[in-house]
Design a protein around this ligand. Structure first.
Ligand code: CUA
Length: 319
């Protein structure tokens, strides 16, 4: 594919996000500090070899058993450096993993052998084995909600230094904020079968205004995932147990559910995110909300992944 281009002169791919710069700085520090350690260790060893070489058979060796202070220093100083590197990495890791509260675009991305499907909140959907780019706004955060239809795939954007597995049966997420408009290659980085190495798409970041215009120029009659979820919610008679206005029927109300903290009968608690909703829809007995009976039927095997997605997107809109 001709669009795969890396600047030939650079050591790393282009830095298309702010976080990419931070990742590279840490990486450069690791390389330089490894090099310095190497020189000190191997250089010192070589120097001692030459300096203390035994030159005659009857030469007495100056044998030292140990030196507490030196041993303390060569353990403690590296410990401090490693703890510093750990903390530095942890700060960047958290920035990479935790999306901002408000994102400009939230897109469902579903992997399968050997293509990606992007579903936008307005119902636009693209199945792409390399042709259609994933369109996102530039200069604004985008959050992807990933899953897979078959085996584990992995969504990797080198220019953003961002990578996340797409796992069948659960949701994972990835966020990024491209600084400028541009096109960025996406690799699948989990071996997933014959055409794994060809499972490439690109992300096309366009100016935020253009994105908004593109997003709102809907196909006529296109139902959004939330619309489809609403229909399904009615078809499955969910409303006979779950109110939409906060009132109590048999089960907990759907009002303001998404993103809220839930307390369970066994004393544990969790945030009502996509994975929680998915589990509760399919196997409701996994987590029983405190104060409610375990009365909901099991929907495992009765709803497709897409239907579960649509229900979740609908529940998100009940605020
Ligand atoms: Cu999909 Cu490798």
């Amino acid at each position: 594919m001709s669009w795969i281009t890396f600047p030939a002169t650079s050591f790393m791919p282009i830095q298309a996000t702010e976080i990419a710069k931070e990742v590279d700085l840490l990486y450069a520090f690791l390389i330089v500090s490894s090099l310095v350690s190497f020189v000190i260790l191997i250089g010192g060893m070589t120097w001692f070899l030459v300096k203390y070489k035994r030159t005659s058979v009857d030469q007495k060796s100056a044998y030292i058993t140990h030196n507490n202070f030196a041993e303390f220093l060569w353990s403690f100083i590296p410990l401090l450096i490693l703890l510093g590197i750990f903390y530095w990495g942890m700060v960047i890791f958290e920035k990479l993993r935790v999306p901002p509260e408000e994102v400009a675009a939230e897109i469902h991305v579903t992997a399968e052998q050997w293509a990606w499907t992007y579903t936008y909140a307005n119902g636009k959907e693209f199945y792409s084995a390399g042709e259609d780019p994933l369109i996102v706004p530039a200069g604004k955060p985008t959050k992807l909600i990933l899953t897979s239809k078959d085996v584990i795939h992995s969504f990797f954007v080198p220019a953003f230094r961002a990578k996340q597995d797409a796992v069948p049966g659960k949701f994972t997420q990835l966020w990024f904020e491209p600084k400028e408009p541009g096109e960025f290659i996406v690799f699948c980085t989990e071996y997933c079968g014959t055409k794994h190495s060809g499972m490439m798409i690109k992300i096309k970041a366009i100016p935020a205004d253009d994105y908004a215009a593109w997003f709102h120029a809907e196909k006529k009659g296109a139902e959004t995932p939330a619309d489809k979820g609403k229909t399904l919610f009615a078809q499955k008679a969910c409303a006979s147990c779950h109110s939409l206005d906060g009132s109590r029927i048999v089960g907990p109300s759907m009002k303001g559910l998404f993103g809220n903290s839930r307390k369970f009968a066994d004393g544990s608690s969790a945030n009502a995110d996509e994975n929680y909703l998915r589990e509760s829809i399919l196997v409701s007995s996994a987590k029983i909300v405190e104060g409610y009976p375990p009365a909901m039927p099991v929907f495992q095997g009765q709803l497709s992944d897409e239907e579960v997605n649509n229900l979740i997107e609908y529940i998100k809109t009940i605020k």
